[in-house]
Ligand binder design. Structure first.
Ligand SMILES: [Mg+2]
Length: 375
């Protein structure tokens, strides 16, 4: 049984150590929406909404998510007696379209709360089977191929097991080729276009085919499947879909159409953990590997990603860098760390998300807050 008595919405502002540029824009300051929920006997748990400041990844923003949680998610979730967190996402889908990141923030906090109350780790609650996960890095678009090579070499030396290179037309083949040449044929490289190409402009992607990439992520439109299927026929390199996969049904569509061979699961994008697990299972049944993507999360969202990535079919290193990659000081204690071989420990011995939220630090960086309780 799971009852949620109150929900606190909180916006914090964190400065990235370095600006992060993708094909659709640059992020310097992260406005992050956190939710804190309160269960029976004062138990509390946190969730993080992965929506950004502007709708350049998906249609949601931190501001639309705030309204969606306050006006539509919270009234459905608060005060109801749930059999378990797996009942929440289906209930939020009834006559309530979209807003997956808003729904996910609360749904994922509910899974964390359930784990906390049962005294087990979030990883165990989700069905995780690993006590450490291998991780990769996502490198934003750099000023020159030489600058990218330097970053990629440092990442490989640091221990990262997958190096993802953000690309866009004009910053693609020459950049990736320079990295391949500098780091050698064994370096685990991939590219992510964040929708920057069309079938008509995809010739440069065919040139990438010779560079031995693990995959090319989401080259075409953010909600497309058919054109990706067309493009996959032209490429040897596996296409990995990110933005286009918003549910387990869409994952089945991808497989049926041949629109991709790998999926990047971001729990926020798909409405939370229930759908993430469903996508994981569909892919496992079809021999499709999955990995966990990143959305420049704070240590709270990172905790959720670490737990999810401990499931068995997460066989490709995730974009789950340690805290130090993004923040001078994370909001969790202990911070997330990675060893020299690219492993992050899953806190399987600790209940819930396995790290404590640093309340004082969170208060310092809070810019607005709203507490929603049952009347
Ligand atoms: Mg992506």
């Amino acid at each position: 049984m799971l009852r949620i008595a109150s929900l606190t919405l909180r916006e914090i502002s964190l400065t990235l150590k370095e600006p992060f540029q993708i094909s659709s824009g640059t992020t310097t300051q992260r406005r992050i929406l956190l939710v804190e929920i309160e269960g029976a006997a004062g138990a509390r748990a946190w969730g993080e909404c992965t929506a950004g400041e502007i709708p350049n990844y998906g249609p949601e923003t931190i501001d639309t998510a705030w309204i969606a949680i306050r006006d539509w998610v919270a009234p459905r979730v608060l005060g109801h007696t749930w059999g378990g967190p797996e009942e929440i996402q289906p209930a939020l889908e009834i006559n309530f379209r979209g807003h997956n990141m808003a729904k996910a923030a609360v749904e994922m906090a509910a899974w964390a709360l359930a784990a906390e109350m049962e005294g087990i780790s979030l990883s165990e609650k989700l069905g995780g089977t690993r006590d450490r996960i291998r991780v990769g890095i996502s490198l934003g678009i750099q000023k020159s191929p030489a600058a990218l090579v330097e970053k990629a070499r440092a990442a490989l030396d640091r221990g990262y097991r997958k190096i993802k290179i953000k690309i866009k037309p004009g910053a693609d083949v020459a950049y990736v080729r320079a990295v391949r040449k500098a780091l050698g044929s064994d370096a685990p490289l991939m590219a992510d276009a964040n929708n920057a190409y069309t079938l008509e402009t995809a010739e440069s992607l065919e040139e990438l085919d010779d560079l031995g990439l693990m995959m090319i992520e989401q080259p075409l439109a953010w909600d497309d499947l058919l054109r990706h299927a067309e493009l996959q026929k032209r490429l040897q390199t596996p296409i990995c879909l990110d933005e286009s996969i918003t549910s387990a049904d869409r994952a089945e569509d991808m497989i049926a159409l041949g629109a991709g061979k790998i999926i990047n699961i971001k729990p926020g994008r798909v409405g939370g953990f229930l759908q993430s697990i469903a996508i994981h299972d569909v892919c496992a049944a079809h021999g499709i590997p999955v990995w966990c993507g990143g959305m420049l999360e704070s240590g709270v969202g990172r905790a959720h990603n670490v737990a999810l990535a401990s499931l068995p079919n997460f066989t490709v290193p995730g974009d789950i860098s340690p805290s130090e990659r993004y923040w001078d000081e994370d909001i969790v204690d202990p911070e997330w760390t990675m060893d020299r071989e690219g492993w992050i420990e899953v806190p399987v011995e600790k209940p819930g998300i396995g790290v404590a939220v640093d309340q004082e630090h969170v208060e310092d960086v809070t810019v607005r807050r709203e507490i929603i309780r049952l009347q």
